[in-house]
Design a protein around this ligand. Structure first.
Ligand SMILES: C[S@@+](CC[C@H](N)C(=O)[O-])C[C@H]1O[C@@H](n2cnc3c(N)ncnc32)[C@H](O)[C@@H]1O
Length: 452
């Protein structure tokens, strides 16, 4: 039977082609004709938002009833601009040349340059200018130059993100959506101090052997810790007491803006960059951390960058948590939560499997390594809060973002309300304003670069 099935499959697949669409790509969609739902035709162009699975894409359809919809690959075909339009629309977004969005900088200059870039970003106000005269442009050249620089930087960043989505054949979340940034700031936890201690302990083992010191921070030292995929900075600041400089790197300018607003430490700064192309000099970093971010990177490309920028003896520490557990007194809500999470499986981005699994296979980096699995339940962050804190966390996930895109905000919100009702009924009438306990269990992977 299976032989016949595979023979039939190869027979039918003879003319089939593997098709992939990139976020931002223009396409035509085979959709019902408006006003005549029994007829369908290709219309558009529409723009791909992101891939959900190999067979399904979320596409922006602003002129339809749903602003965004989930579309099967068989209903999609590429849209080709006419040559004339291409010539007229020569913008940087369409520019296919590889872009290096940041210069590599030396460690001693990191802090200073980061501060400069913060100032520049804060003064950037996009303004439609119409068609200014040449003389007006020349007399305000510096202002135009800086505005152009930032507009292009944002456009190029979007392009770079879109490219990286393509490279890893994975779905990316829109981390720059202001609503998501807000949810991150409000609902994403900082890792437990036990993880930070383990990382510092592993890092110091080598330093102690080599230099006989406890902490490497000291007068005149240039120790550098870099937090890659820092988001709004929950993890970054935790290393400020232990290194001369701590730099948070993230691809999203909006996440970085939120991190800078929250920053209370003078030796912590933030700069834009990709894990796959770090804005850092060769052999310049003592410790690299990735808190809940590794799964969003192209991991082989990131590991290559780690090898390049890490000082001999330096450490890469990656940690992440699964969905938090939620408890009310002796009652656990985990069965209900797991059931709902499972029912959203079609919205899990492929990289999400990473954080749900206990046994993750990663490419080889260095032989000196440490693994602590989720199932060991060694690192836990316990946070007292309310039901809405737990629901707010769910709201901040890529899974919920995909659900919203597919079903629309109202229907997605309705799913959360239903979950809330189920949890409230478990708490018992009148108890819904009581506190609950959220438990985030963490996994940890660390690698040390050989000294020589
Ligand atoms: C799940 S968030 C984690 C944020 C933060 N570290 C935390 O603990 O909550 C992942 C972050 O990685 C960033 N990111 C995704 N892909 C990236 C890449 N290729 N390079 C750098 N940052 C990236 C996103 O912008 C986002 O801020």
């Amino acid at each position: 039977m299976s032989r016949t099935q595979s023979k039939m499959k190869s027979h039918y697949d003879v003319k089939s082609q593997h098709r992939v669409f990139a976020p931002g790509q223009k396409v035509l969609l085979f959709l019902p004709v408006q006003g005549n739902p029994l007829a369908s035709k290709f219309s558009g162009p529409y723009v791909i938002s992101h891939k959900v699975t190999d067979l399904n894409y979320v596409v922006h359809t602003p002129d339809r009833r749903k602003n965004c919809q989930l579309v099967h690959i068989n209903q999609i075909k590429p849209y080709f601009e006419r040559q004339l339009e291409e010539d007229q629309n020569t913008t940087f977004v369409n520019d296919e040349r590889p872009v290096n969005i940041l210069n590599k900088v030396s460690v001693d200059r990191v802090h200073h340059e980061v501060e400069d870039s913060c100032v520049a970003e804060r003064v950037y106000i996009p303004s439609p200018r119409g068609n200014p005269s040449n003389s007006h442009i020349l007399s305000n050249f510096n202002e135009y130059l800086s505005e152009w620089h930032h507009t292009v930087l944002r456009q190029q960043t979007n392009k770079v993100m879109a490219d990286s989505k393509l490279n890893i054949g994975d779905v990316k979340k829109d981390f720059s959506n202001p609503e998501i940034v807000k949810r991150y700031v409000q609902y994403r936890p900082s890792p437990p101090s036990s993880i930070v201690s383990s990382v510092l302990h592993f890092h110091r083992q080598q330093q102690q052997q080599e230099h006989g010191v406890k902490d490497i921070k000291g007068e005149g030292d240039s120790s550098l810790c870099v937090d890659v995929g820092c988001g709004s900075g929950q993890n970054t600041q935790l290393y400020a007491d232990h290194f001369k400089h701590v730099v948070g790197v993230d691809v999203s300018l909006d996440q970085l803006d939120a991190a800078r607003v929250r920053n209370t430490r003078t030796n912590v700064s933030y700069r834009q960059g990709r894990g796959e192309d770090l804005p850092l000099e060769d052999e310049s970093v003592d410790l690299i951390t990735c808190c809940s971010s590794l799964h969003w990177f192209n991991i082989p490309a990131f590991f290559n960058e780690v090898k390049r920028v890490m000082k001999p003896g330096g450490v890469l520490a990656c940690y992440w948590y699964r969905l938090p557990e939620c408890h009310y007194g002796s009652h656990s809500f985990n069965d209900v939560i797991e059931e709902v999470w499972e029912s959203w499986r079609e919205y899990w981005p492929p990289c999400h499997q990473f954080i749900m699994k206990d046994d993750i296979q990663l490419p080889h980096l260095y032989p000196d390594q440490v693994t602590v699995r989720l199932s060991e339940r060694k690192f836990v962050l316990e946070r007292e809060g309310y039901l809405d804190d737990f629901l707010g966390f769910l709201h901040s996930t890529a899974v919920f973002q995909n659900l919203e895109l597919d079903k629309g905000t109202q229907e997605a919100q309705h799913s959360l309300d239903e979950l809330r009702q189920r949890l409230v009924s478990k708490m018992g009438r009148g108890n819904e304003a009581d506190k609950v306990m959220l438990k985030y269990y963490y996994a940890l992977r660390m690698w040390r670069k050989p000294s020589h």
